[in-house]
Design a protein around this ligand. Structure first.
Ligand code: GLU
Length: 482
């Protein structure tokens, strides 16, 4: 095993689509491990499959990782640029007798596979080309016959101590002599990965457990190349709420989608961190430094993780309330401007007031959209009354109108427009009328915002200011008169 003092990990996505949340989770765990144990986190773009790899996808990977703040050390490694080394490593295996040339054509192999199937046997390559005399091999190569290079799987078993699954063993007899170089000279996935991981001196290979069946082959390649083995860690798959592997059916699976929904990267990271890892106890909400602090191999889980979008939203709400206002502000402002509630200049002019507003609104918000929705009444001339709010809190228009008028009269007399005085005035009103506080507050809430959800009524009145608050009540009274 590699005995490096500084662990070296990598995230090795294939740029064949967007950055999937599962990929981001794998990247995060590698990153957390590197941060926790003072290691390096490298990024390798596995673009050897030219027909499926796209620049757009590579860009989406960079963008997603940058948004999440998963910064990698050193320059990006492009697997496709290492073709010559992959080929040299495969040649080394040919030369040291660990691999052999196979001249069987795809048609011949298909035929033999069909025959095996008709005998109800599992097809396994019978190594006939491994038995060719060296002169015959030389003759065929000289004659330009196409060949692939196959790895000769040794006898015995291949086992490793997985960081997540503990001991895993594969009997080698179940592993076919796998191809390492295609007939066009390009390497097969396992060959390229091992060649790159050796060259990059990766000491911990952490990836999804859908790769477990590749690992014995990769271990055999390391051994045949005389390279020290890394430690392997196979992370559990991510499933939807229905227990099936996470896919588009379950909703958004691209990190970029969540970015555009206005989610906080810190919340996304927190949510991803719990997909296959637990800090222990009931602890769920964590900042990034806390995640690094708490990260441990013991907390990695074997069983599939469940992706629950509702939980992600809840978690985002928790993070919205938790982050410094200075960090929240630049994330909300573009959305406020896009919704045409205010211009950037106006927000700069009233910065203190604006930050107080955000602080008030974030408490009852799960997303940035929620904040923007609730912010409308503080900026707009006209508001819309949510029909559900009207049906619930202005049930009897005459009664609501009378109460609002009394409320307005009471509020108009408050001279300093501060929470304490506003509260005293409205409490006096409810006592005088012998009614519960909600009877006054709820219709007032609808009058001020048109919504049922809002911050505390007194904070809201202060935030809106005297003129706008009284104007809103007047408008509500006229609306109720219609
Ligand atoms: N490129 C592979 C994938 O995207 C990952 C390979 C690895 O981590 O070893 O699944």
């Amino acid at each position: 095993m590699i005995n490096a003092t500084k662990p070296r990990l990598r995230f090795a996505p294939s740029p064949t689509g967007y950055l999937h949340v599962g990929g981001a989770r794998t990247a995060l765990f590698n990153w957390l491990y590197a941060k926790k144990f003072g290691g390096e986190f490298l990024l390798r773009i596995e673009d050897t499959d030219k027909s499926r790899s796209t620049d757009e996808s590579t860009r989406a990977i960079f963008e997603g990782m940058e948004w999440l703040g998963l910064h990698w050390d050193d320059g990006v490694v492009y697997q496709g640029a290492n073709l010559a080394r992959h080929q040299a490593d495969a040649r080394r295996l040919l030369e040291n007798g660990s691999a052999y040339r196979c001249f069987c054509t795809p048609a011949e192999l298909d035929e033999r596979r069909r025959e095996a199937e008709s005998r109800k046997e599992a097809f396994k390559y019978d190594r006939r080309c491994d038995r060719l005399p060296p002169e015959e091999v030389a003759r065929r190569v000289a004659a330009g016959m196409p060949f692939v290079v196959r790895f000769r799987v040794p006898e015995g078993t291949t086992a490793w101590d997985d960081l997540v699954h503990d001991r895993i063993e594969f009997p080698n007899k179940d592993i076919d002599d796998f191809v390492i170089l295609r007939s066009d000279g390009t390497p097969i996935y396992n060959m390229a990965v091992v060649s790159d991981d050796i060259a990059m001196e990766i000491s911990i290979v952490m990836r999804g457990d859908d790769h477990i069946s590749n690992t014995p082959k990769q271990i055999q390649l390391y051994r045949a190349l005389g390279a020290p083995l890394p430690t392997f860690a196979h992370l559990p798959m991510i499933h939807g709420l229905d227990g099936k592997k996470l896919s588009k059916r379950h909703g958004a699976t691209a990190v970029g989608d969540y970015q555009h929904y206005g989610l906080l990267p810190g919340a996304m990271l927190n949510f991803l961190a719990l997909l296959g890892w637990s800090p222990g106890g009931d602890r769920e909400i964590m900042t990034v430094p806390e995640m690094i602090e708490l990260f441990s191999v013991e907390g990695l889980q074997k069983k599939a993780a469940i992706f629950d979008p509702k939980k992600l939203e809840w978690m985002n709400g928790q993070h919205l309330s938790m982050i410094p206002l200075e960090e929240l502000e630049p994330r909300v402002t573009p959305a406020i401007v896009t919704a045409r509630l205010a211009t950037e200049e106006e927000l700069v002019e009233r910065r203190d007031w604006y930050l107080r507003l955000l602080d008030l609104l974030r408490v009852r918000s799960r997303t940035i959209d929620d904040i923007v929705r609730q912010a409308g009444p503080y900026f707009l001339e006209e508001i819309e009354y949510d029909p559900a709010a009207v049906a619930k809190n202005w049930k009897d228009p005459a009664e609501a109108s009378a109460l609002l008028q009394a409320t307005r009269d009471a509020l108009a007399k408050v001279s300093d427009w501060k929470t304490e005085s506003l509260e005293a005035s409205l409490r006096a009103l409810t006592e005088q009328r012998g009614i519960a506080a909600g009877k006054v507050f709820q219709p007032l809430r609808v009058a001020l915002t048109g919504l049922t959800v809002s911050p505390g009524i007194f904070e809201m009145l202060v935030q809106m200011g005297r003129d706008l608050s009284l104007k809103r009540i007047d408008k509500a009274i006229s609306a109720l008169a219609v």
